[in-house]
Each structure stands twice: as C-alpha cells, then as structure tokens.
Design a protein around this ligand. Structure first.
Ligand SMILES: Cc1cc2nc3c(=O)[nH]c(=O)nc-3n(C[C@H](O)[C@H](O)[C@H](O)COP(=O)(O)O)c2cc1C
Length: 436
C-alpha cells in the first residue's frame, strides 16, 4: 500500500558559491544574496517539502591544505546558515529551515537564546542539524580538539543545557494578562545552574516559552556513538546507506533500538535516507548516460580528483593518472575509512585512473544499481522505500533553481497523484513531522 513520506532537501556543500564549475553559473545568480535561496525555498514549499537542511563546516580546514578546499569551492568558502535562516522564513510560510550548528562554536546560553528567537520569529519552523566536527576547534579559542566520542559527549551536554534553558520558563510563568496587570511571574523561573564537564553557565533564559514545541533536533552521525546521540536527542535522523531493503530495515532497527535504550519510542524519530538522483527525460537518455559513465574523459576524472582532494585534504590533482596511487601521500589527518572509501576494492597496483573512474560510474534507478532515471522511475523507488516502512527521503544537491526544476518538475505531480507527497501543511515543523 502507498504511504505518505516526508521530503527534505539537503544543501550539501553549505551556504557557498552555487553553480561553481557548472554551465548554469551563467544564469548569474549571486550566491551571497538571499534572492537565490528565497526563490529556491519557495519552490520546495510549493512542492510540499517538510524541510530544507543547510550543511555547514565553519572551518577551511588545515592551514597547509586550504588551497585544495577553496580552489574549486568544494570545501569553502561558506557563510553561516543560521543567519540565512531568517531570510528564508520571511520568504515562506510552512517549510522548516534547518541550519547546521556545531556545539563547539556556540555556548549553550547564546545558542538557546538565538534558537528561541528564530523559533518564535518563524512560527515554530526552526530545526537544528547538530554535528560534532572537531577539526575547527582551533578557531574557537579555548575549546580543545576532542576525540570522536568525546565530541558527542560534549554535544549531549550542550543539548541538555540548551533544553534546560528553554524549559526554565515552566507553565504558569508567562501570564501576559493586562486585566491582572502582570506580564510574568519571575518567582516561577528555574535558576538552571549548570556545572558540567564542558560548560558552566547559569540561567534562566531571557526568552518566553514556546507555544508549539521546541526547535526540531536533527542529527546525521552514523557511528554507534552517533546513533546513541540520535536515540537520546533527535527528532530527525539523516542516513547515508545503501538503499536495499535489508540495509534500510537494519539501519532503521539500529536507530529505533537507540531510541528505546534512551527511554524514547521509535515513533519519536523520523528517519530520512539521503539520496542523490539524476532525473532525465527518458529511459534511453538514462541508459546512454550510464553507459558513457563507464568511460570517463580526463576532464571528468580531474573534477573527481579535485573534489576528493578537497574532502581528503590531500592533493591528488598533480598525480600521474597512469601510475598506482602511493598511499603515503595521505597524511595522518586522513582517516583510514576515508582512504578506503576512495580506493574501494582496488589493490595497491591499480592506477589512479581506475580508482577515480570507479567514482565516475553511474547506475540506473529502475534496477537499483544507481540514481539515474526518469521521474517515474524515481517515484517507483521512493514508493518502494515506503513499503519497507521508510519515513522519508532527503534529496541531496545544490539549491540552484536549475537543479530543483530538473529534479522536481515531473516528480512532484507523480508523487502527489500516488499520495506519497503531502498537499497540506500543519502549523510548524514539529507538527508536520507528526501525522505520518
Ligand atoms: C546527510 C548527512 C548530512 C551531514 N551534514 C553534515 C554537516 O552539515 N556538517 C558536518 O560537519 N558533518 C555533516 N555530516 C557528517 C556527520 O556529522 C558525521 O560526521 C558522519 O555522518 C559520520 O558519523 P560519525 O561521526 O557518527 O561517525 C553529515 C552526514 C550526513 C549523512
């Protein structure tokens, strides 16, 4: 049976230079101006999307590899998505906006106050994508660079502190009754004294309570510690995983177990699987694109090398494509997992051309081998995910109008006709996540 699902859009490389390296740059949108994002987010709202999530990384990375990250704008620059959010709220009425935030960068009291402000201003449409990147610690003064799990411990303490501050105004504290001549009862406010391992602050918060719930907490971490964080704290979990039935069901099971272990229920967490489809106009065109991807030209390989060089902070662009990849080019800052993801199952003798070519290889939607296909084929796949109990999908890409129209123009009517995509909104992001 078809079931409705939730739809999110993920602006995958943050609030940065959109269209860089693509022909559609000639559309002349200015990525530093709100008009581009306002136009795009109105389209997403018209399409019935629940939320827009904006990736972020506050740092340009290690001082020695900054050029690799900014050369083709894969790793920066990025402006702060929290400050873009009010422009997007002002341009829309229903869709949720979810900037990425890092507990290392903002103290709990400041964070609680800024998020409370935006939650009120937006009609309860704010979400926060809480991430634990530690590489940017050196930009934030006293904050030491923590290990992977300790960063999640700090994020949990931060989340607890932020929520305690939001709750420092209990029921009855806000009176706002002109007849009684009283705005608030300050004697009811909770002092909220926090002395923790990572933060120390006093409340109560100088803000009024929410009428339709707290901002929605989103998390993307996939490690056991990341899932533990999601189970205890998140309303929405983002997942990047193979999209076959066994993998989807297993991942959902792990998140549900984590929620139960934290004293919550599986229904408390909406799980969105991230996908990056390429919608084309016919299955013949899709077949042609997939066949061509098996023989990438040097310009395509160069683009892949530039993206990998930025992500791995290691210059692959100057290496000989015909020679094996010498693993010693990777410094200690590159995790073994990242190198494994680059190299795949190639052995030490494989030339760099073969390794990069594997990243160019595309697959077809209709047989589950990849994400190239028609809007109808994509709708079939999403409908199938629903039969596995899936809550929704997160479409991954830039936020350029060209990308949105290519992906959504034909897809939205098909999903609507099948009852998979919402037609009406509830009041606020939290309420929109609830009904199915
Ligand atoms: C859909 C998705 C969105 C993500 N967004 C961000 C982001 O905006 N900023 C960031 O630093 N990391 C982001 N990440 C990375 C995660 O925070 C995390 O580091 C990664 O999923 C590995 O999980 P782990 O740290 O629990 O091992 C994202 C991951 C996924 C799958």
């Amino acid at each position: 049976m078809t079931r409705p699902q939730h739809f999110g859009w993920f602006l995958a490389r943050g609030f940065g230079p959109h269209g860089w390296g693509h022909p559609y740059l000639e559309w002349d949108y200015d990525w530093t101006s709100p008009a581009l994002y306002q136009q795009a987010v109105r389209t997403l709202e018209q399409a019935g999307f629940d939320l827009l999530i904006i990736e972020d990384a506050p740092s340009l990375g290690s001082p020695s590899t900054i050029d690799l990250r900014v050369r083709q704008a894969f790793g920066g620059p990025k402006l702060d998505p929290l400050l873009l959010a009010p422009y997007l709220f002002a341009a829309t009425e229903h869709i949720g906006i979810v900037p990425t935030v890092n507990p290392a960068a903002t103290l709990p009291y400041t964070a609680a106050r800024q998020f409370a402000t935006l939650q009120h201003l937006s009609g309860h449409r704010l979400g926060l994508n809480v991430v634990t990147d530690t590489g940017s610690a050196r930009h934030f003064g006293a904050a030491p660079q923590l290990g992977h799990d300790a960063a999640y411990d700090r994020a949990e303490e931060w989340m607890r502190g932020v929520r305690d501050l939001w709750r420092s105004w209990p029921d009855g504290a806000l009176i706002a009754d002109p007849a009684a001549g009283r705005y608030a009862d300050g004697t009811l406010l909770q002092p909220t004294v926090h002395r923790g391992e990572y933060y120390s602050f006093d409340g109560p918060l100088n803000a009024v309570p929410f009428t339709d719930g707290e901002p929605v907490i989103v998390s993307p971490g996939g490690s056991p510690r990341g899932l533990g964080f999601a189970g205890a704290n998140s309303d929405v979990q983002l997942v990047l995983a193979p999209m076959d039935e066994a993998s989807v069901r297993a991942y959902r099971g792990r998140i549900h177990d984590a929620a139960t272990a934290a004293g919550r229920t599986p229904e408390d967490i909406t799980i969105l699987f991230a996908i990056q489809p390429a919608v084309v106009s016919s299955s013949e065109e899709a077949d042609r694109i997939v066949a061509a991807s098996r023989h990438p030209d040097d310009a395509t390989l160069r683009r892949i090398a530039e993206k990998q060089s930025s992500d791995l902070e290691t210059d692959l662009t100057a290496l000989d494509l015909e020679r094996p990849l010498d693993r010693s080019v990777f410094g200690d800052h590159v995790s073994h997992g990242s190198i494994r993801r680059l190299v795949g199952d190639h052995d030490e003798d494989a030339p760099l051309r073969a390794i990069l070519s594997a990243h160019a290889r595309l697959g077809r939607l209709h047989d589950g081998s990849g994400w190239v296909g028609t809007a109808g084929e994509l709708a079939d796949r999403i409908e199938e995910f629903g039969t596995w109990g899936n809550d929704g999908v997160l479409l991954w890409g830039d936020l350029h109008p060209v990308t949105l129209h290519r992906t959504l123009d034909e897809l939205v009517p098909i999903l609507r006709r099948r009852g998979i995509l919402r037609r009406d909104y509830e009041a606020g992001l939290r309420a929109n996540l609830r009904p199915f």
